[in-house]
Design a binder for this molecule. Structure first.
Ligand code: C2O
Ligand code: CU
Ligand code: CU
Length: 478
């Protein structure tokens, strides 16, 4: 408790990026656990059609209660929540105070990938500044997106360090929620000296799973709510490589949106599975008492089987992990009123003009004897064009997976409809931007390359795999 008191004195909301709560905790013990109120990053909200923010990526952010351990934007991990509306212009000045190159990706946003838009090929060297401009279409869906660095070979380390933030497109229907929370879930590991731990080659191969799973940068915070007062939770899987299998004790979750796109009808669920990069918007009807938000272990398969190695998954947990506790006061009965009609999803239409297959694979002995992570047998080369697509075309892609491990497929800029996977061969009636492709399995998807031409990427969102080369380029042109 002494730690908490010391931490609260050092908060200056505009500087640290935190609206309320305790701000950067003092050093001297971590993780700080158990009774801190859940904080939310400061929100920067657009005004008159524009939002201009500057984000400084730098070491020195508090992570899991350890001051200075992590990487942050404007001193915070997560960085500020950016709130915009359809039709807005979002300008971000990114200032790189890291020791490494970096850049910024607006994950899931349907904006131009060219020039200073959502361009993953931008390189911002240490000490440099870059001005991004994202023109959000007037018909952009309202929903939950996020931002994180995307410089190939540094993405996993920079996210594991804490560089991520929520990006909310406001608007959309009134879902009857009184409270709107962002829960950005990340993971990391601190070493004995309270720094971000070094990562073993095995963990890079498996896709590292941090020993600490954090909500808004906090370890096991406490959220307070009132019974009968419905809440909207925007769950973001910002873990580097961990699949989350979420449940809230004593509650069902009403799933209304996935990856920023509404479902055709709300679905009441006991569990929400989020691959790295996925989001879910859920309605929660708090019931009196204390309830833990948990993630259960999720078996992604085992790449170590490739070479006959027994990969132990040293950082994988064997049991449920507590992410946060919801403490609900009051006695009002639960009014689990349905949210009403959701906006009809706009699915890809028009004749399918091309069918493609892309194959996720792993091979022993690439590049000096280690495990190679490939798409179509090749490692990422930013100069090479892997798919040439006509602007406006509707295509069907079969993503096949020849490896003994699940890989989350992610495509930038253009959301897709899942037509089925080998685990669940049923078409979804909504859009998304990350789908888990089962080990030795497949996913089929349909996508319209609408609105924006330019060069972008698709990749495995186990970011250790992406950094090892499991990424490819797409060129969309007239
Ligand atoms: Cu969230 Cu290309 O990534
Ligand atoms: Cu992305
Ligand atoms: Cu992968």
């Amino acid at each position: 408790l002494g730690l908490l008191a010391a931490g609260s004195a050092s908060v200056v909301a505009g500087v640290t990026g935190w609206v309320t709560g305790l701000g950067a905790p003092a050093s001297g013990g971590y993780p700080v656990t158990g009774d801190q109120p859940l904080r939310e990053p400061l929100a920067s909200t657009s005004n008159n059609g524009a939002l201009a923010v500057s984000l400084t990526a730098a070491p020195g952010a508090a992570v899991a209660g350890q001051a200075g351990a992590g990487l942050g934007f404007n001193g915070g991990s997560p960085g500020p929540t950016l709130r915009v509306r359809p039709g807005d212009v979002l300008r971000v000045r990114l200032i790189n105070h890291l020791q490494q190159p970096t850049n910024l990706h607006t994950h899931g946003l349907h904006v131009s990938p060219e020039r200073n838009g959502d361009n993953p090929f931008v390189v911002i060297a240490p000490g440099e500044v870059f001005d991004y401009e994202y023109r959000i279409p007037a018909n952009h869906p309202a929903g939950t997106f996020w931002y994180h660095p995307h410089h190939h070979q540094y993405v996993a380390d920079q996210l594991f360090g804490g560089l991520a933030g929520a990006l909310i497109v406001d608007g959309g229907p009134d879902l009857g929620a009184v409270m709107d929370r962002v829960l950005l879930i990340g993971d990391t590991t601190l070493d004995g000296a309270g720094r971000i731990a070094a990562v073993s080659a095995m963990d890079r191969m498996m896709g590292r799973q941090g020993s600490l799973v954090l909500v808004n940068g906090q370890h096991q915070p406490v959220a307070t709510a009132e019974s009968g007062v419905p809440e909207r939770w925007r769950l973001i899987n910002a873990c580097t490589s961990r699949v989350l299998s979420l449940r809230l004790e004593g509650h069902q979750l009403t799933h209304v949106a996935r990856d920023g796109y509404f479902l055709p009808v709300p679905e009441v669920r006991d569990r929400i599975v989020l691959a790295p990069g996925n989001r879910a918007d859920v309605l929660v009807h708090p019931a009196a008492g204390r309830h833990r938000l948990l993630t259960d272990p999720y078996d992604r398969g085992n790449p170590g089987m490739m070479g006959g190695m027994a990969a132990t998954g040293s950082t994988a947990a064997n049991g449920p992990i507590t992410l946060a506790t919801l403490v609900v006061s009051g006695t009002k009965s639960r009014t689990a009123s349905p949210p009403g009609a959701l906006p009809a999803p706009v699915l890809p239409t028009g004749p399918v003009t091309a069918r493609r297959t892309v194959t996720f694979g792993m091979q022993m002995g690439m590049g000096g004897g280690g495990m190679g992570f490939t798409i179509d047998g090749r490692r990422f080369d930013p100069q090479r064009t892997d798919q040439a697509v006509r602007l406006g075309a509707t295509e069907e892609w079969l993503v096949s997976n020849t490896s003994p491990m699940d890989h989350p497929f992610h495509l930038h800029v253009w959301p897709f409809q899942v037509l089925g996977t080998s685990a669940n061969p049923v078409a979804e009636e909504s859009l998304r931007d990350v789908v888990l492709v089962p080990a030795h399995g497949w996913a089929r998807l349909r996508v319209t390359f609408a609105d924006f031409s330019g060069r972008s990427v698709y990749h495995c969102h186990i970011l250790d795999h992406e950094d090892a080369g499991m990424m490819a380029t797409i060129q969309v042109a007239r």
